[in-house]
Design a protein around this ligand. Structure first.
Ligand SMILES: Cc1cc2nc3c(=O)[nH]c(=O)nc-3n(C[C@H](O)[C@H](O)[C@H](O)COP(=O)(O)OP(=O)(O)OC[C@H]3O[C@@H](n4cnc5c(N)ncnc54)[C@H](O)[C@@H]3O)c2cc1C
Length: 601
């Protein structure tokens, strides 16, 4: 345990002078009261008891060995060897041994790809529930982000094949994609983006020619992560197919042919990236590469979106992990260092920063785990949950991945000059966090997808109804006061949404990002409130209600002219209790609410 759990006031402040603490050696699960709270909430007692030692083992690894491996791999990027000594084309990518060790931990020891595809993994009787799977990915991402891209693509490639591929294809590839034996494992990739645009996939020109029982692909892909994957799912255009996304087919392209020679595509070079430095991303030319159609050849784009949506959610989970790591690093540093004769964490402005990190960390964790539950129900066939998943996926990817950029940078600043130095984890977090809002669709593209979910798939009513029903369930009188504010704001956002949807043409898009953010916040606030109500009933603790009230202020009542925060000092008084998960009394929240209601009339 770090300084996090100690009472700072009781320690001699001099002992913090010149200290530069970090979270090395922490168990990221044991430190995470919020994750514990949510796991208990979502899992049955039996599942929780079975999951806890696994999570604790991963938490220990993430704060120790995995973190060290990640830092080493980050400093030793993969190298492309195009030719062997005799001039034969080999396109071999050499990874640092630390990367391979991390692969072993992710794919094999913790079976993080296999876990949602088959039963019996890590002794779990069925397939892992998504909520637990995401908890694993969240913990892993606190130490390592880059490798989770190939792991996520392997995971979602398996999902796509399960959904759309022929029995023969499933039997051939699925056992390898979901293997926990490194000698048997085949990793996956997804190649869509071409030079003319990753957002406008319909502009893809790569050609597919039918040759006997297979296809041959011709053309270039401009961004290919995990370019040496054993199989890639690739979008290409069969001859005479129509223009746009409707004319794209999905193809499975094996790295090696049946005779064990390399398939006919070349990795031209690796990208010189800002982040995800341990993992390779490259450019590939397909020169008649052997390919096999997946599912319905006329439905390639729609099938690929199943893969992309699963990766989009995974991206939100990973960003949430990086946000949590950023918060923990910032807290540890601020509580273990002093300035001007005082502990850093006792300064009001530092408390404000740390609280912002905490609030977003807990909220993002709540909403990704909630969405994991929705995912499970949607997979079981619930139409309501399928509709919710349709809109929550772009909301989470769009908002959380963008927010991670800001929060990782805030945590960097908490560490002062050290935060900018590569000896510490912060630069890696900032670099890695930046790609989350670019790949798998940029923020703008996600905002437009939110609009599409409302116009084309018409999920708006289900979304708002879910919030209203949740607010109806709130029992505690104080929670209900927050609930009434949220109800009124939800109603206003619903009306705004209807007005926006009536706007014709491009003008409608002007509102998409603001709408995405508002919808994200109102849904998150209602979730926080529901958790608060549960915590009050269960433990007579008003801590989560304190957070929900602050969330309401921060995102809905304090824009522009800031009346609420000009009167509130609850953060100063309650900071240590909030951080240490100590009980918050009803009176604290009552006072805060009185102030809010006074100024927000
Ligand atoms: C490290 C890395 C790894 C990657 N790995 C892969 C991979 O494995 N497979 C793969 O297929 N792709 C991969 N990509 C590509 C990535 O998905 C694309 O870069 C991304 O989708 C954006 O496409 P683009 O770069 O062509 O930008 P563009 O599509 O040209 O977009 C440029 C800008 O215009 C904006 N824009 C575009 N259209 C609109 C619009 N209608 N309204 C408003 N704004 C708009 C975008 O938001 C963006 O800001 C990777 C990218 C990176 C950085």
């Amino acid at each position: 345990m770090g300084v996090c759990s100690m009472s700072v006031a009781s320690l001699n402040k001099n002992e913090f002078v010149g200290k530069m603490p970090d979270t090395t050696g922490f168990n990221y699960f044991d430190e995470d009261q919020n994750l514990l709270f949510l796991m208990k909430r979502y899992l049955s007692n039996e599942d929780f008891n079975r999951a806890k030692p696994l999570l604790a083992e991963l938490g220990e690894l993430a704060g120790n060995q995995l973190d060290q491996l990640s830092r080493t791999a980050d400093k030793n990027s993969p190298k492309l060897h195009s030719y062997d000594a005799k001039g034969n084309r080999i396109d071999k990518i050499e990874f640092h041994p630390s990367y391979h060790e991390m692969e072993h931990l992710g794919y094999s020891k913790f079976s993080m790809v296999a876990m949602s595809h088959k039963s019996g993994v890590l002794g779990w009787p069925e397939e892992f529930p998504y909520v637990l799977k995401y908890a694993f990915w969240y913990l892993f991402a606190q130490a390592e982000f880059g490798l989770l891209c190939p792991m996520s693509m392997t995971d979602s490639a398996a999902r796509v094949l399960e959904k759309f591929a022929s029995e023969e294809m499933k039997q051939k590839y699925l056992p390898h994609l979901t293997s926990t034996d490194m000698d048997e494992l085949w990793t996956g990739a997804q190649f869509m983006t071409e030079k003319q645009g990753g957002s406008d996939v319909g502009a893809n020109t790569m050609k597919a020619e039918k040759v006997g029982d297979h296809w041959e692909l011709w053309g270039d892909k401009w961004f290919c992560s995990n370019p040496s994957a054993d199989i890639a799912l690739v979008l290409a255009r069969p001859e005479n197919s129509q223009a746009g996304t409707k004319g794209l087919g999905m193809f499975l392209v094996p790295r090696k042919l049946e005779d064990n020679t390399l398939n006919r595509y070349s990795i031209n070079r690796l990208k010189d990236k800002l982040g995800t430095l341990c993992m390779a991303s490259g450019e590939i030319s397909f020169e008649g590469a052997v390919a096999y159609e997946v599912g319905d050849i006329k439905n390639g784009f729609r099938q690929m979106m199943a893969m992309v949506n699963s990766s989009r959610l995974s991206n939100a989970v990973r960003s949430t992990g990086m946000i949590r790591r950023s918060y923990l690093e910032a807290l540890e540093y601020a509580r273990g260092r002093s300035s001007f004769g005082n502990n850093l964490s006792e300064f009001p402005l530092m408390r404000e920063t740390l609280f912002e990190l905490l609030l977003d960390s807990e909220t993002t964790t709540s909403i990704v785990l909630h969405t994991a539950e929705i995912y499970s129900e949607a997979d079981k066939g619930s139409e309501k949950d399928q509709a919710l998943l349709r809109i929550l996926t772009p909301l989470l990817k769009g908002y959380i991945c963008k927010r991670a950029r800001y929060l990782t940078a805030e945590a960097m600043e908490v560490r002062g000059g050290n935060g900018y130095i590569e000896d510490w984890v912060n630069p890696k977090l900032v670099r890695d966090a930046h790609v989350g809002s670019i790949w798998e669709g940029t923020t703008n593209i996600l905002a437009l997808d939110v609009l599409r979910s409302l116009t084309k798939d018409k999920v708006g009513d289900i979304f708002f109804n879910e919030i209203f029903v949740r607010l109806d369930r709130i029992k505690n009188p104080l929670s209900r006061r927050v609930g009434e504010q949220l109800r009124s704001i939800s109603g206003r956002i619903q009306e705004q949404t209807k007005r926006i949807l009536k706007i014709e043409g491009l003008e409608r898009e002007l509102h998409a990002k603001k709408l995405m953010n508002r919808m994200y916040h109102i849904y998150s606030a209602s979730l926080l409130l529901e958790e608060a109500d549960f915590e009050i009933t269960d433990q007579n603790n008003y801590r989560k209600l304190f957070l929900a009230t602050h969330y309401l202020c921060r995102y809905f009542l304090s824009n522009g002219f800031d009346d609420v925060y000009s009167v509130d000092k609850s953060l100063l008084d309650s900071f240590n209790k909030i951080v240490d998960w100590e009980p918050i009394s009803q009176d604290v929240v009552n006072t805060l609410l009185n102030e809010i209601e006074l100024v927000s009339i």
